[in-house]
Ligand binder design. Sequence first.
Ligand SMILES: *Cc1c(COP(=O)(O)O)cnc(C)c1O
Length: 376
Amino acid sequence: MRFETKNVHFQEKLDHTEMSKTKPIYQTSAFSFHDLDDMESFFKGEKSYLYTRVGNPNTDDLGKGVADLEGADKGAAASSGISAILAAVLAVAKSGDHIIATEDLYGGTYQLMAKELIDFGIETSFVDFTNKDSVINAIKDNTVLLYSESITNPLLRVENIEQVVGIAKEYKLKTIIDNTFATPYLIRPHESGVDLVVHSATKYIGGHSDLSAGVVTGSNALMSKVKAKITNIGSNLGPFDGWLACRGLKTLSLRMERQSRNASTLANYLASNENIKKVYYPTAASKKGNGAIVSIELAEHVDVHQFFRQLSWVKVVPTLAGVETSVTYPLGTSHRSVPEATRERLGVSTNLVRISVGIEDEEDIVEAFTEALSFS
Ligand SMILES: *Cc1c(COP(=O)(O)O)cnc(C)c1O
């Protein structure tokens, strides 16, 4: 099947007496058995479900749906993007190991690595991934993993995934790519040889800003480790959120196509606005588009507070990727905890605004920003 068809047909046809067209929600903490032999059949691998923390049809569907689109053997869902990242990292790194991560990481991932993994005995070096030598020079005897993002936040740098995989192969390291901003509609890191792909399904996979979830995809061998981590840590996704995320996932192609097109229109339009110093929007992220996030740096004379107040129907929110256009202030949200020197080097300035472009009519989006950018 082609991408758009796989996108809506990842769930098996049901063969229940009721023949429900959509998958029912298995809102249950456990599964029941006829007798002890029947329960034993779970442990022999003849039955799929025992206890929801170990597995549930709705959360498994989400893992499978994303794995199909990423072109991976298997996927597993977790309770959030961060818990998916934790499970993925713990599947390849243990106490005493060292990780090299890109320095322009999502703020929450930076926190996880700098504040929590260090207490697990896993040390992370944050380096400039645009410079191949700086990555190679950071490699130590105990380095096991290179970690980056396909499109970074908030300045939308498109990672050179081939280069990351090339270094990893040469030094026998594993690779993890966070594909949240790109989604498999635009970029499929496994096709370049990446070991594990992680997602905050809270964003485009769910797409409607109504749930928290994460997904990891990869080979059967690695995913059995990831799945064990999710189960043993207890960071499984609940059945209802799994079901909701699957419903959102089915329109990923349509949403990404429309949102990327709207974003490209807005980026072109904003480029000539006198109140904007710089527009950040990728130029060659993929054949299908460049994503739905546009970041802008307002000119020095513009009051960022006034700009936010003048946005009529565009919501100010600390997230992205919903069907509605929204804006964020990275310095006050995702990058609050990033050290000032790193923030300055990365270009996360006081006048930086990140726009998550939605599915509305492009003229209305352009008008909303024209209005917000008119100062008297
Ligand atoms: C939001 C986000 C995360 C964290 O996901 P949660 O679902 O909030 O835990 C990780 N990576 C990226 C790129 C994100 O945008």
